[in-house]
Design a binder for this molecule. Structure first.
Ligand SMILES: [Zn+2]
Length: 230
């Protein structure tokens, strides 16, 4: 077999088929059933190498176009899918004003703009999630019965927008504050679906589609929107 150089993480699952996924950071994640031998995994990877390489290149290219944030005036700031121009004014009080496409932070002299702005974004996100999560949960539980009411938490994660634990804790990445409301809803529905299905199998996507019909389009949009924000 052709020798290839590929870094990937391997996740063993109960699913019956082997899955290959390239996340937004260009990392390759292979999910495979416990019993599949390494030689079989290598074979499938070799077969799909062209696709994998293209995907990795595409995601890395997206990441490279991401501007570095310095939290200074003139920079773009993304809030719920909208772009604003940032203005930072040093004064002797703290305040935030939003006017059309401009967002102005009044900060105390010597205070870190990064700290103030990050804290503001985090609070905005928490406030939004507080309502949205309940609405999505209501929609979801009208269709499907779930044994325990999930608990939503905001948690920084390096590689994922959301996660769902076995005991029903749904974590949402605060970076989602840059994404539009529809895309955040998609993430919530995706994680709610994990309450019923562990793996991304056909059943999973059928359930997800029934509560979030545009999930495919939203997933793509989400990657584009959030790449602009880190
Ligand atoms: Zn998932």
């Amino acid at each position: 077999m052709e020798n290839f150089d590929l870094n990937y993480s391997l996740k063993k699952t109960k699913r019956k088929t082997l899955g290959i996924e390239v996340n937004h950071q260009g990392e390759v994640i292979v999910t495979a059933p416990d019993y599949i031998p390494q030689s079989k995994i290598d074979e499938v990877l070799a077969k799909r190498m062209k696709w994998i390489q293209e995907k990795v290149a595409e995601k890395k290219n997206n990441l490279n176009t991401q501007p570095k944030r310095n939290y200074v005036s003139g920079e773009a700031l993304y809030l719920f899918g909208r772009q604003y121009y940032l203005k930072v004014i040093e004064t002797n009080y703290e305040n935030v004003e939003i006017d059309h496409n401009r967002i102005t932070f009044y900060i105390r002299e010597g205070e870190s703009a990064k700290r103030v702005i990050s804290e503001y974004l985090l609070n905005e996100f928490k406030a939004m999630i507080f309502h949205m999560a309940d609405e999505c949960l209501e929609t979801f539980s009208k269709k499907y019965s779930i044994s325990t009411k999930p608990k939503f938490k905001v948690r920084k994660m390096a590689k994922r927008w959301g996660s769902c634990t076995k005991d029903g804790i749904i974590n949402l990445n605060p970076m989602l504050v840059a994404a539009s409301v529809e895309c955040i809803e998609y993430v919530i529905f995706h994680e709610l679906t994990h309450l019923l299905h562990d793996d991304h199998d056909d059943e999973f996507f059928r359930t997800l589609k029934s509560v979030c019909p545009k999930f495919k389009e939203l997933k793509e949009r989400l990657e584009k929107e959030t790449v602009l924000f880190e």
